[in-house]
Design a protein around this ligand. Structure first.
Ligand SMILES: *[C@@H]1O[C@H](CO)[C@@H](O)[C@H](O)[C@H]1NC(C)=O
Ligand SMILES: *[C@@H]1O[C@H](CO)[C@@H](O)[C@H](O)[C@H]1NC(C)=O
Length: 255
């Protein structure tokens, strides 16, 4: 077979191969949903979890040894060494890490901003510019002084993390949900928007399980340079997540 054909086949294979993923913050409420959904999705290859607390991992992810033999990596996103080891070989990292309101500003910044920068470097070390990071951030970042109950200064750090991720030389997706609920997936009309216009909804809430679905869809579709608000309302449940993501681009970025 000519070399050019072999190379073309190898490239096509690389594109159609289900992506291997790492989920950071995997013991959290969003992270554990991402982990379960990714494991159940045949369009995703292997699934690893990066966890801060192995006791929580045992409960939330159902692992036994909870070590790399089971795809579970223990570490802190503030520690690039552990993160690089966990991301080595994967195609995408789905980020569900978040600072807690009780963290000091320095800790919140380290988790939210340094953690995302470390994640972008880790995926770049694994797959170069073909690597992908799918970040769960938050709506509310257009407010200059957000109420602490709506995230306070953590939103400022999230916005900084988004900016550095979108400038990184990797495929980046930033999902910015409104208020998060524990409702099951696939029960509401999902809405995408920009610049907090959806904060306008009477009840700006979306199920974490739907946020996880949208993040996984963006991973499977190898989306890049995409940033959007995500919310929901009562109505016919959204089934075509691809169309939703197509509608999610800024008007200036639509093809
Ligand atoms: C890990 O999680 C367990 C169970 O939630 C908790 O009791 C323990 O304090 C946590 N350890 C650390 C280091 O956060
Ligand atoms: C909702 O958004 C629309 C369009 O952005 C705006 O015209 C309207 O004033 C907003 N309504 C509220 C209640 O904020």
């Amino acid at each position: 077979m000519p070399l050019s054909l072999l190379l073309a086949l190898a490239t096509a294979h690389a594109i159609t191969q289900p992506p291997d993923v790492l989920i950071t913050g995997a013991t959290g409420r969003l992270g554990s949903l991402l982990y379960q959904q990714a494991k159940a999705d045949t369009r995703i290859g292997s699934v690893r979890a990066f966890v801060y607390n192995v006791t929580k991992a045992r409960a939330a992810l159902g692992c036994q040894k909870c070590d790399p033999s089971e795809g579970i990596y223990v570490g802190d996103v503030r520690n690039p060494l552990a993160l690089n080891a966990a991301a080595n070989g994967v195609d995408a990292v789905l980020v569900a890490v978040g600072a807690s309101p009780s963290d000091t500003p320095a800790v919140a910044k380290a988790i939210e901003v340094d953690g995302v920068e470390n994640t972008a470097r880790a995926i770049y070390a694994s797959k170069g510019a073909a690597g992908q990071v799918v970040l769960c951030s938050s709506m509310g970042t257009t407010l200059p002084s957000p109420d602490p109950r709506q995230g306070g200064s953590i939103l400022f750090y999230k916005l900084n993390a988004e900016a550095s991720l979108l400038a990184a030389d990797v495929n980046s997706v930033v999902v910015k949900p409104c208020g998060l609920s524990l409702s099951p997936a696939g029960q509401s009309d999902l809405l995408v928007g920009q610049d907090d216009s959806l904060l306008n909804l009477t009840v700006p809430v979306v199920a974490r399980a739907d946020v996880a679905r949208v993040m996984i869809e963006a991973t499977v579709r190898r989306e890049a340079q995409l940033r959007f608000d995500l919310c929901a309302r009562r109505g016919a449940p959204t089934t075509d997540l691809g169309a939703l993501l197509d509608a999610a681009r800024y008007p200036s970025a639509r093809r």
